[in-house]
Design a protein. Sequence first.
Length: 324
Amino acid sequence: MNNSKRKKIYIAGHNGMVGRAIWRNLKKHGYSNLIGVSSKDLDLRLQNNVNTFFREQQPDIVIDAAAVVGGILANDTYPYEFLMDNMLIQNNLIKASHKTDVEKFIFLGSSCIYPKNAVQPITENALLTNALEPTNQWYAIAKISGVKLCEAIRKQYNKDFVSLMPTNLYGTHDNFDLKTSHVLPALIRKFHEAKLNNHSPVVLWGSGNPLREFLHVDDLAKAVVFAVENTLPENLYNVGTGKDISIKELASIIQEIVAHKGAIKWDTSKPDGTPRKLLDVSKINALGWEAKIGLKEGIKSTYHWFCDNIDIIKEVSIHESNTV
């Protein structure tokens, strides 16, 4: 094993969907010195606790996959937590990494940082050029501040702090709680439960017309490994597939994979959110990373995982969520 594979890598949020995928992929690539600590043992919102942890552990590389996350409903219901808790978590991690001279810091955000009506596909230059989508502005503002903090450290201290902005993520260990989950896992659960309920109709929010891009979490994890193994020349990179699909078409694909035979009804009194959100991923593609997992293949494996683990999948409260 070469020396770089022995570097101590701290994955914040290692129990979440993203953190687990990053851990798996780093192990697969021969990294053996990985550390993680649960939110019960280390509250990342408390600066003194984070500082003590960094002094004791002295990580070489930090990957920030810790965040309070959720879909439209969760963002709208818990605006204070989405803004305050996420800023506290990332600020504490960034500050401690800077103070202890961490070699590399990888900050994970979300494509919701970009303006609601950004030109499609969205380039990294679209950041802060227009108004955000109101339904997830709280999370977006927190993540924008994290991106800018990493950019500031990079500019002022010439440190290797880089931000990766993934599109909508899904995969194993996702959050399937209908109150706080994102659209794809929520659809899997809704169609599965409707199938078990004599193929009853499934009611979905909005018109089904918005277009969304979906990235399997293992593809994001490979992008993180790519960032670990390479010095990326700029501070901000989009991470996605470069392809989008309407929510209506997504619902049909999931309905087919789940084998639900009932009707789909669209509740147009509910909000659609951003009309389209497709990332321009040409910058990271040009460096040598690209998504490999097809959408149908990814949804099938996610649904199989959901079925295999349905007895242990718990309802996730906003205060417990720690995936990105």
